[in-house]
Design a protein around this ligand. Structure first.
Ligand SMILES: NC(=O)C1=CN([C@@H]2O[C@H](COP(=O)(O)OP(=O)(O)OC[C@H]3O[C@@H](n4cnc5c(N)ncnc54)[C@H](O)[C@@H]3O)[C@@H](O)[C@H]2O)C=CC1
Ligand SMILES: O=C(O)C(=O)COP(=O)(O)O
Length: 531
């Protein structure tokens, strides 16, 4: 299949080169938006953006053929990942291509704030000369507070330590070992706010980081501190920046990212304050960073479109495993078994347990996606794939429990699915022999062995002579050929289960002739694809 990709947002020209080397057709358009973009996007398999294009639900809905959205950069807050996931569209970014550039820009902002560089440059250019007004402060021996000790936060740390700053950080998810390695003291947020001379944020904008600094916590700030935001607009409450300055809580702010870009008129008015220095989202705007992210995203997207690798994917992490040859037979087994289990399950079952025993246990994550694909494909009108399967399960309030045991038991590999509606449950287990011999091996505790494909009748019966003859007679009378069968029973003379694989799809009427036979207690029927 041949693919085509649309490049927006001035993505570096190396992006084109890499796509073309991979045999992918590229079209570039810097100025598309609104209806024009909705119309244009329909024919593309891939879309590459930076931060300027909003990839929202409407755009994704219009994108009939889209398989992957690539962000040539880090932040994906301009992409509706939830909607993309629901539509089975992969979203990927390039997490480290612009780290150094953004860290360097942040360091520049810290120094610019400390020495009033932008304001004094402006003064001189306007024929002014004021050395007193622009008296600065050294950063050496001062405390730098970092919120978010991730990739950029760590690089800012290393650089500013060279300027003699003491670095403290607040990041509830950072490890103590990492902080020790960087020579950083991890603190609580309040302590950081009350001790930092400069505070720089390097987190995404989330419910927790939105308005991290505002007039509400102004009393916690070290008087006269400087603030830097080269992460995302809104981490400092923009409306509160001037009151924070005017009331003497902070000495100045450097901002590179805004809650709306370009800023609204009101926001421009706020940013006009002489103690606020600003750049137009330039953190990642260097030749080096743009080349790196453009090349990285083109490679990642080409590999994903060609199903070679899914590196950098944000909404289908586990599918990166699917290119591993070892996992392929298990994926198929999981999907087939999921498809079988749901046909046998009690109605309204919403407690799903998946047990993985043996080698397959190490692939549990993606196998669960595959089982869910098998289950949900029969109930969801949209196409279910490994990216959106969990989304649909969540939407349906399905609770998933996964257990693993790497030590093989009777079979080298066994996947067991239990679907439960709170009152009744159905349990099926299957294995794969070699690369492609998929077998059901247990149904509700009865040992059975039958190929996991085609049309299968399963009935419980009294364990007495003549049962099988009755069933095969009934099938023969209707010209239905038996392909194979398997018998299982709990104890001699008690309950038995028979699974019969037949050569054609059966009607309800044909099935009834078996259910009506004396001694047949319950009957179930599943129809599975044949490879
Ligand atoms: N101005 C620009 O042009 C650029 C801005 N960015 C932005 O910079 C930010 C950081 O990027 P990276 O360092 O690459 O990301 P990262 O994922 O490596 O680091 C983020 C860190 O924030 C921490 N974190 C998350 N929630 C937190 C919370 N509530 N409190 C404290 N820490 C928290 C995480 O544990 C992680 O260590 C992102 O928002 C990204 O979009 C990135 C590149 C360029
Ligand atoms: O990578 C990021 O998160 C950035 O903010 C950089 O944005 P940009 O690619 O320069 O529009």
């Amino acid at each position: 299949m041949s693919f085509n990709v649309l490049l927006l947002d001035n993505v570096n020209e190396n992006c084109e080169e890499v796509f073309e080397e991979c045999g992918i057709t590229v079209h570039r358009n810097h100025n598309l938006s609104g209806q024009e973009l909705y119309d244009e996007i329909k024919s593309y398999h891939g879309l590459v953006v930076r931060s300027a294009t909003t990839v929202d639900a409407d755009l994704l809905q219009a994108a009939d053929n889209l398989k992957v959205v690539g962000r040539a950069g880090v932040g994906v807050d301009n992409i509706d990942i939830e909607e993309a996931t629901a539509r089975g569209i992969l979203v990927m970014n390039t997490p480290d291509g612009n780290t150094i550039s953004t860290a360097e820009h942040t360091c520049g902002m810290i120094l610019a704030l400390a020495r009033n560089i932008p304001q004094s440059v402006n003064k001189v250019k306007n024929r002014g000369w004021d050395r007193k007004k622009y008296m600065g402060t050294e950063v050496q021996t001062k405390t730098l507070g970092i919120v978010g000790l991730g990739k950029i936060g760590s690089e800012v740390t290393k650089r500013m330590q060279q300027f003699g700053m003491e670095v403290k950080a607040y990041d509830p998810y950072a490890s103590v070992e990492k902080a020790e390695r960087l020579g950083v003291e991890l603190t609580e947020l309040d302590e950081l706010l009350s001790t930092a001379d400069f505070l720089t944020v390097h987190t995404p904008l989330t419910e927790k980081t939105k308005g991290l600094i505002s007039m509400d916590n102004a009393d916690k700030l070290k008087k006269g501190m400087f603030l830097v935001n080269c992460a995302r607009g809104g981490i400092f409450k923009e409306d509160d920046l001037i009151p924070l300055i005017e009331e003497g809580y902070i000495a100045g702010v450097a901002v590179d990212s805004y809650s709306s870009e370009p800023p609204t008129d009101e926001l421009y008015d706020l940013l006009d304050h002489p103690q606020i220095i600003t750049t137009p989202h330039l953190g990642a705007s260097t030749e080096e960073a743009q080349e790196k992210v453009a090349v990285q995203i083109a490679r990642q997207m080409s590999d994903a479109l060609e199903q070679k690798s899914f590196k950098g994917s944000l909404n289908g992490k586990s599918i990166s495993l699917t290119t591993n040859k070892e996992v392929q037979p298990y994926l198929k087994l999981a999907e087939k078994l999921g498809s079988m289990a749901i046909q046998l399950a009690p109605e309204h079952a919403n407690e799903f347990s998946f047990r993985y025993t043996g080698t397959c246990a190490k692939f549990a994550d993606v196998l669960t996606d595959s089982i869910l694909k098998g289950i949900l494909s029969q109930h969801v009108s949209e196409a279910v794939n490994l990216i959106n399967a969990r989304h649909f399960a969540d939407e349906r309030g399905i609770n998933i429990r996964e257990t693993t045991a790497s030590k093989a038991q009777t079979f080298n590999d066994l996947i067991t699915i239990t679907l439960d509606d709170g009152a009744e449950y159905q349990e099926v287990s299957a294995t794969v022999f070699g690369d492609n011999d998929y077998r059901i091996v247990e149904i509700d505790g009865f040992g059975i062995e039958l190929q996991l494909e085609g049309d299968i009748i399963m009935y419980q019966n009294v364990d007495k002579p003549g049962m099988l003859a009755g069933v095969s007679g009934a099938l023969a009378n209707q010209d239905i050929n038996i392909a194979s069968l398997s018998l299982g029973r709990t104890k001699k003379g008690e309950n038995a289960i028979t699974a019969v694989s037949v050569d054609k799809e059966l009607t309800d009427q044909e099935l009834k002739t078996i259910l009506d036979l004396d001694g047949v207690r319950a009957l179930q029927y599943v129809s599975l694809p044949v490879d």
